[in-house]
Design a protein around this ligand. Structure first.
Ligand SMILES: Cc1cc2nc3c(=O)[nH]c(=O)nc-3n(C[C@H](O)[C@H](O)[C@H](O)COP(=O)(O)OP(=O)(O)OC[C@H]3O[C@@H](n4cnc5c(N)ncnc54)[C@H](O)[C@@H]3O)c2cc1C
Length: 296
Protein backbone atom coordinates (compact mmCIF):
# COMPACT_ATOMS: atom_id res chain seq x y z
CA UNK A 1 0.00 0.00 0.00
CA UNK A 2 1.52 3.30 -1.04
CA UNK A 3 -1.39 5.63 -0.33
CA UNK A 4 -3.97 5.67 2.48
CA UNK A 5 -7.06 7.82 1.86
CA UNK A 6 -9.72 8.59 4.46
CA UNK A 7 -12.45 10.71 2.79
CA UNK A 8 -14.72 12.70 5.11
CA UNK A 9 -17.83 12.59 2.96
CA UNK A 10 -19.55 10.33 0.49
CA UNK A 11 -18.90 12.53 -2.56
CA UNK A 12 -15.15 12.46 -1.89
CA UNK A 13 -15.25 8.68 -1.29
CA UNK A 14 -17.03 8.01 -4.58
CA UNK A 15 -14.67 10.42 -6.42
CA UNK A 16 -11.55 8.76 -4.95
CA UNK A 17 -12.82 5.35 -6.02
CA UNK A 18 -13.57 6.64 -9.53
CA UNK A 19 -10.05 8.06 -9.73
CA UNK A 20 -8.19 4.98 -8.48
CA UNK A 21 -10.61 2.23 -9.59
CA UNK A 22 -9.01 -1.20 -9.65
CA UNK A 23 -5.84 0.16 -7.94
CA UNK A 24 -7.82 0.91 -4.80
CA UNK A 25 -9.24 -1.41 -2.16
CA UNK A 26 -12.02 -0.14 0.07
CA UNK A 27 -11.92 -0.79 3.79
CA UNK A 28 -14.12 0.08 6.76
CA UNK A 29 -13.35 -1.83 9.99
CA UNK A 30 -10.40 -3.65 8.43
CA UNK A 31 -11.24 -6.87 10.30
CA UNK A 32 -11.22 -9.12 7.23
CA UNK A 33 -9.07 -7.00 4.96
CA UNK A 34 -6.14 -6.71 7.37
CA UNK A 35 -5.82 -10.51 7.39
CA UNK A 36 -5.64 -10.59 3.58
CA UNK A 37 -3.03 -7.80 3.58
CA UNK A 38 -0.98 -9.46 6.30
CA UNK A 39 -0.98 -12.78 4.44
CA UNK A 40 0.12 -11.02 1.25
CA UNK A 41 -3.02 -12.15 -0.60
CA UNK A 42 -3.77 -8.54 -1.51
CA UNK A 43 -1.42 -5.61 -2.10
CA UNK A 44 -3.44 -2.63 -3.34
CA UNK A 45 -1.68 0.63 -4.28
CA UNK A 46 -4.39 2.66 -2.54
CA UNK A 47 -6.35 1.87 0.61
CA UNK A 48 -9.62 3.82 0.71
CA UNK A 49 -10.95 3.89 4.26
CA UNK A 50 -14.66 4.81 4.23
CA UNK A 51 -15.10 4.10 7.95
CA UNK A 52 -15.49 7.77 8.87
CA UNK A 53 -17.99 8.84 6.20
CA UNK A 54 -20.87 10.06 8.42
CA UNK A 55 -23.68 9.44 5.91
CA UNK A 56 -22.71 5.76 5.70
CA UNK A 57 -23.13 5.20 9.47
CA UNK A 58 -26.20 4.47 11.53
CA UNK A 59 -29.60 2.77 11.37
CA UNK A 60 -32.65 4.59 10.05
CA UNK A 61 -36.14 3.27 10.77
CA UNK A 62 -39.12 4.59 8.80
CA UNK A 63 -42.63 3.11 8.71
CA UNK A 64 -41.70 1.34 5.46
CA UNK A 65 -38.05 0.33 5.71
CA UNK A 66 -35.11 -0.18 8.02
CA UNK A 67 -31.83 1.05 6.50
CA UNK A 68 -28.48 0.10 7.96
CA UNK A 69 -25.59 2.28 6.72
CA UNK A 70 -22.62 0.32 5.39
CA UNK A 71 -20.13 1.48 8.05
CA UNK A 72 -22.51 0.77 10.94
CA UNK A 73 -20.49 -1.41 13.30
CA UNK A 74 -21.82 -4.64 14.77
CA UNK A 75 -21.72 -2.96 18.20
CA UNK A 76 -23.85 -0.05 16.96
CA UNK A 77 -26.35 -2.49 15.45
CA UNK A 78 -26.35 -4.59 18.64
CA UNK A 79 -27.29 -1.60 20.79
CA UNK A 80 -29.94 -0.30 18.36
CA UNK A 81 -33.61 -1.13 19.06
CA UNK A 82 -33.77 -3.02 15.74
CA UNK A 83 -31.70 -5.80 17.35
CA UNK A 84 -34.44 -6.44 19.91
CA UNK A 85 -37.37 -5.83 17.58
CA UNK A 86 -35.82 -8.19 15.01
CA UNK A 87 -34.34 -10.72 17.49
CA UNK A 88 -32.60 -12.85 14.84
CA UNK A 89 -30.45 -9.84 13.89
CA UNK A 90 -29.48 -9.17 17.49
CA UNK A 91 -28.70 -12.85 18.05
CA UNK A 92 -26.54 -13.07 14.91
CA UNK A 93 -24.49 -10.02 15.93
CA UNK A 94 -24.09 -11.25 19.52
CA UNK A 95 -22.30 -14.45 18.49
CA UNK A 96 -19.67 -12.71 16.35
CA UNK A 97 -16.18 -13.19 17.79
CA UNK A 98 -15.41 -10.72 20.57
CA UNK A 99 -16.17 -7.14 21.59
CA UNK A 100 -13.13 -5.74 19.77
CA UNK A 101 -14.17 -7.25 16.43
CA UNK A 102 -17.78 -6.16 16.96
CA UNK A 103 -16.59 -2.61 17.72
CA UNK A 104 -14.71 -2.40 14.42
CA UNK A 105 -16.39 -4.83 11.98
CA UNK A 106 -19.13 -3.29 9.86
CA UNK A 107 -22.31 -4.59 8.28
CA UNK A 108 -21.28 -3.25 4.85
CA UNK A 109 -17.86 -4.88 5.20
CA UNK A 110 -19.53 -8.23 5.86
CA UNK A 111 -21.91 -7.83 2.91
CA UNK A 112 -19.02 -6.87 0.59
CA UNK A 113 -16.73 -9.62 1.89
CA UNK A 114 -19.40 -12.24 1.04
CA UNK A 115 -17.88 -15.05 3.09
CA UNK A 116 -20.73 -17.61 3.33
CA UNK A 117 -20.11 -18.14 7.06
CA UNK A 118 -20.66 -14.53 8.12
CA UNK A 119 -23.38 -14.60 10.78
CA UNK A 120 -25.21 -11.45 9.75
CA UNK A 121 -26.06 -12.73 6.26
CA UNK A 122 -28.79 -15.35 7.00
CA UNK A 123 -31.00 -12.90 8.95
CA UNK A 124 -30.61 -10.33 6.16
CA UNK A 125 -31.61 -12.96 3.56
CA UNK A 126 -34.69 -13.83 5.65
CA UNK A 127 -35.62 -10.15 5.64
CA UNK A 128 -35.36 -9.96 1.82
CA UNK A 129 -32.62 -7.37 2.26
CA UNK A 130 -31.54 -5.05 -0.52
CA UNK A 131 -27.95 -3.86 -0.98
CA UNK A 132 -27.56 -0.18 -1.95
CA UNK A 133 -24.54 0.58 -4.11
CA UNK A 134 -23.16 3.91 -5.25
CA UNK A 135 -20.51 5.44 -7.51
CA UNK A 136 -19.88 8.78 -9.22
CA UNK A 137 -22.24 7.55 -11.96
CA UNK A 138 -25.18 7.08 -9.59
CA UNK A 139 -26.84 4.56 -7.38
CA UNK A 140 -28.32 1.10 -7.80
CA UNK A 141 -29.98 -1.44 -5.55
CA UNK A 142 -29.84 -5.20 -5.76
CA UNK A 143 -31.33 -8.00 -3.64
CA UNK A 144 -28.66 -9.41 -1.32
CA UNK A 145 -29.46 -12.89 -2.67
CA UNK A 146 -28.34 -11.76 -6.16
CA UNK A 147 -25.47 -9.54 -4.96
CA UNK A 148 -23.67 -12.58 -3.51
CA UNK A 149 -23.18 -14.49 -6.75
CA UNK A 150 -20.61 -17.10 -5.67
CA UNK A 151 -18.05 -18.02 -3.03
CA UNK A 152 -16.79 -14.67 -1.68
CA UNK A 153 -17.81 -12.94 -4.92
CA UNK A 154 -20.32 -10.20 -5.54
CA UNK A 155 -21.59 -8.08 -8.41
CA UNK A 156 -19.76 -5.01 -6.98
CA UNK A 157 -17.99 -3.02 -9.73
CA UNK A 158 -14.46 -1.64 -9.14
CA UNK A 159 -15.79 1.93 -8.83
CA UNK A 160 -18.73 1.07 -6.56
CA UNK A 161 -19.20 1.29 -2.81
CA UNK A 162 -21.61 -0.72 -0.71
CA UNK A 163 -23.48 2.18 0.90
CA UNK A 164 -26.30 0.55 2.88
CA UNK A 165 -28.44 -2.52 3.39
CA UNK A 166 -32.18 -2.14 3.84
CA UNK A 167 -35.19 -4.34 4.47
CA UNK A 168 -38.96 -3.88 4.71
CA UNK A 169 -40.23 -2.70 8.10
CA UNK A 170 -42.93 -5.33 8.35
CA UNK A 171 -45.64 -4.54 10.85
CA UNK A 172 -47.20 -8.03 10.80
CA UNK A 173 -46.72 -10.38 13.79
CA UNK A 174 -43.48 -12.10 12.91
CA UNK A 175 -41.23 -13.92 15.35
CA UNK A 176 -37.60 -14.59 14.52
CA UNK A 177 -34.48 -16.35 15.80
CA UNK A 178 -30.89 -17.13 14.79
CA UNK A 179 -28.87 -20.15 15.93
CA UNK A 180 -25.33 -21.03 14.99
CA UNK A 181 -22.93 -23.78 15.81
CA UNK A 182 -19.19 -23.44 16.14
CA UNK A 183 -16.75 -26.19 17.11
CA UNK A 184 -14.82 -23.55 19.08
CA UNK A 185 -16.42 -21.24 21.63
CA UNK A 186 -17.10 -17.85 19.97
CA UNK A 187 -15.39 -19.09 16.80
CA UNK A 188 -16.58 -18.99 13.20
CA UNK A 189 -19.88 -20.78 12.61
CA UNK A 190 -19.76 -24.16 10.92
CA UNK A 191 -23.49 -23.61 10.33
CA UNK A 192 -25.93 -20.80 11.08
CA UNK A 193 -29.69 -20.70 10.59
CA UNK A 194 -32.10 -17.75 10.71
CA UNK A 195 -35.86 -18.19 10.72
CA UNK A 196 -38.77 -15.83 10.66
CA UNK A 197 -42.41 -16.94 10.94
CA UNK A 198 -45.86 -15.39 10.99
CA UNK A 199 -48.66 -17.46 12.52
CA UNK A 200 -52.26 -17.87 11.41
CA UNK A 201 -55.08 -16.29 13.45
CA UNK A 202 -55.47 -19.23 15.86
CA UNK A 203 -51.70 -19.37 16.51
CA UNK A 204 -51.52 -23.12 15.77
CA UNK A 205 -50.33 -22.99 12.17
CA UNK A 206 -47.58 -21.16 10.29
CA UNK A 207 -49.00 -18.67 7.82
CA UNK A 208 -45.64 -17.65 6.32
CA UNK A 209 -42.04 -18.70 6.91
CA UNK A 210 -38.64 -17.39 5.81
CA UNK A 211 -35.52 -19.41 6.54
CA UNK A 212 -31.89 -18.98 5.53
CA UNK A 213 -28.57 -20.63 6.30
CA UNK A 214 -24.92 -19.63 6.43
CA UNK A 215 -21.77 -21.75 5.93
CA UNK A 216 -23.76 -24.50 4.21
CA UNK A 217 -23.22 -23.53 0.55
CA UNK A 218 -21.06 -21.20 -1.60
CA UNK A 219 -23.10 -18.25 -0.38
CA UNK A 220 -25.65 -17.69 2.34
CA UNK A 221 -28.85 -19.33 1.05
CA UNK A 222 -32.60 -19.14 1.56
CA UNK A 223 -34.21 -22.51 2.33
CA UNK A 224 -37.21 -22.62 -0.06
CA UNK A 225 -38.06 -26.29 0.49
CA UNK A 226 -38.15 -25.81 4.26
CA UNK A 227 -40.17 -22.61 3.86
CA UNK A 228 -42.73 -24.37 1.65
CA UNK A 229 -42.99 -27.30 4.09
CA UNK A 230 -43.60 -24.91 7.01
CA UNK A 231 -46.13 -22.66 5.29
CA UNK A 232 -49.64 -23.74 6.25
CA UNK A 233 -48.29 -26.54 8.48
CA UNK A 234 -48.95 -26.99 12.18
CA UNK A 235 -46.57 -25.40 14.68
CA UNK A 236 -46.29 -28.64 16.67
CA UNK A 237 -42.85 -30.19 17.15
CA UNK A 238 -43.45 -33.09 14.72
CA UNK A 239 -44.50 -30.82 11.87
CA UNK A 240 -41.51 -28.51 12.44
CA UNK A 241 -39.18 -31.55 12.54
CA UNK A 242 -40.65 -32.85 9.24
CA UNK A 243 -40.07 -29.46 7.59
CA UNK A 244 -36.53 -29.24 9.00
CA UNK A 245 -35.71 -32.69 7.57
CA UNK A 246 -36.13 -31.20 4.07
CA UNK A 247 -33.14 -28.85 4.54
CA UNK A 248 -30.81 -31.20 2.64
CA UNK A 249 -32.56 -30.14 -0.59
CA UNK A 250 -31.66 -26.48 -0.02
CA UNK A 251 -27.99 -26.65 1.01
CA UNK A 252 -24.74 -27.86 -0.51
CA UNK A 253 -22.27 -28.14 2.36
CA UNK A 254 -18.58 -28.65 1.70
CA UNK A 255 -16.83 -31.71 3.08
CA UNK A 256 -13.98 -29.96 4.93
CA UNK A 257 -12.12 -29.62 8.23
CA UNK A 258 -15.28 -28.35 9.95
CA UNK A 259 -17.16 -31.58 9.11
CA UNK A 260 -18.44 -33.95 6.45
CA UNK A 261 -21.36 -33.12 4.17
CA UNK A 262 -23.48 -35.66 6.05
CA UNK A 263 -22.58 -34.23 9.46
CA UNK A 264 -23.36 -30.68 8.30
CA UNK A 265 -26.70 -31.76 6.84
CA UNK A 266 -27.65 -33.36 10.18
CA UNK A 267 -26.44 -30.23 11.99
CA UNK A 268 -28.52 -28.03 9.68
CA UNK A 269 -31.61 -30.16 10.36
CA UNK A 270 -31.22 -29.73 14.13
CA UNK A 271 -30.52 -25.99 13.82
CA UNK A 272 -33.57 -25.43 11.59
CA UNK A 273 -35.77 -27.35 14.03
CA UNK A 274 -34.57 -25.38 17.07
CA UNK A 275 -34.53 -22.01 15.34
CA UNK A 276 -38.03 -22.35 13.87
CA UNK A 277 -39.36 -23.50 17.27
CA UNK A 278 -37.94 -20.36 18.92
CA UNK A 279 -39.27 -18.13 16.14
CA UNK A 280 -42.75 -19.67 16.63
CA UNK A 281 -42.58 -19.01 20.40
CA UNK A 282 -41.63 -15.41 19.74
CA UNK A 283 -44.40 -14.93 17.16
CA UNK A 284 -46.88 -16.31 19.70
CA UNK A 285 -45.59 -14.00 22.44
CA UNK A 286 -45.68 -11.03 20.08
CA UNK A 287 -42.01 -10.38 20.80
CA UNK A 288 -41.34 -9.16 17.31
CA UNK A 289 -43.72 -6.23 17.59
CA UNK A 290 -41.85 -3.19 18.85
CA UNK A 291 -43.39 0.22 19.39
CA UNK A 292 -40.50 1.83 17.55
CA UNK A 293 -41.49 0.29 14.29
CA UNK A 294 -39.38 -2.63 13.11
CA UNK A 295 -40.70 -6.11 13.66
CA UNK A 296 -39.71 -9.63 12.83
C1 LIG B 1 -10.50 -12.94 14.46
C2 LIG B 1 -11.80 -12.72 13.68
C3 LIG B 1 -12.93 -13.44 14.04
C4 LIG B 1 -14.12 -13.26 13.35
N1 LIG B 1 -15.22 -13.98 13.72
C5 LIG B 1 -16.40 -13.79 13.09
C6 LIG B 1 -17.56 -14.51 13.45
O1 LIG B 1 -17.58 -15.30 14.39
N2 LIG B 1 -18.70 -14.29 12.75
C7 LIG B 1 -18.73 -13.40 11.71
O2 LIG B 1 -19.79 -13.22 11.11
N3 LIG B 1 -17.65 -12.70 11.34
C8 LIG B 1 -16.49 -12.87 12.00
N4 LIG B 1 -15.38 -12.15 11.62
C9 LIG B 1 -15.44 -11.32 10.39
C10 LIG B 1 -16.06 -9.97 10.58
O3 LIG B 1 -17.44 -10.11 10.68
C11 LIG B 1 -15.73 -9.18 9.31
O4 LIG B 1 -14.34 -9.05 9.29
C12 LIG B 1 -16.28 -7.80 9.29
O5 LIG B 1 -17.65 -7.69 9.40
C13 LIG B 1 -15.99 -7.16 7.97
O6 LIG B 1 -16.24 -5.80 8.13
P1 LIG B 1 -15.05 -4.76 8.07
O7 LIG B 1 -15.66 -3.41 8.16
O8 LIG B 1 -14.02 -5.09 9.06
O9 LIG B 1 -14.53 -5.02 6.58
P2 LIG B 1 -13.07 -4.83 5.98
O10 LIG B 1 -12.16 -5.85 6.56
O11 LIG B 1 -12.65 -3.42 6.05
O12 LIG B 1 -13.38 -5.20 4.45
C14 LIG B 1 -13.82 -6.51 4.11
C15 LIG B 1 -14.03 -6.59 2.59
O13 LIG B 1 -15.14 -5.77 2.23
C16 LIG B 1 -14.74 -4.70 1.36
N5 LIG B 1 -15.49 -3.53 1.85
C17 LIG B 1 -15.60 -3.12 3.13
N6 LIG B 1 -16.47 -2.10 3.22
C18 LIG B 1 -16.89 -1.85 1.95
C19 LIG B 1 -17.80 -0.90 1.39
N7 LIG B 1 -18.49 -0.03 2.14
N8 LIG B 1 -18.00 -0.94 0.05
C20 LIG B 1 -17.33 -1.82 -0.73
N9 LIG B 1 -16.47 -2.75 -0.25
C21 LIG B 1 -16.26 -2.75 1.07
C22 LIG B 1 -13.24 -4.62 1.47
O14 LIG B 1 -12.65 -4.15 0.27
C23 LIG B 1 -12.87 -6.07 1.75
O15 LIG B 1 -12.85 -6.80 0.56
C24 LIG B 1 -14.18 -12.30 12.29
C25 LIG B 1 -13.04 -11.57 11.93
C26 LIG B 1 -11.87 -11.76 12.63
C27 LIG B 1 -10.65 -10.93 12.27
Amino acid sequence: VTEYLRPGDLGDARAALAEHGADATVTAGGQSLSLLLRQGLLDPAVLLDVGSVPSLAGVEVTPDRVTVGAVTTYSALESHTVSSSVPMLGEAVEVIADRQIRNLGTVGGAVAHADPSLDVVPPLLCLDATVHLGSVDGERAEPLSAFHDGFMTTTLAADELVEAVSFPNDTADWGSAYTSHSPVERGWSSAGVAARVRLGDDGDAVAEARCAAGALADTGVRLPTVEAALSGASTDADAVARAAAAVGDDIDPLDDTTGSTEYKTDLATVLVERTVARAVERARAGEGADARGASA
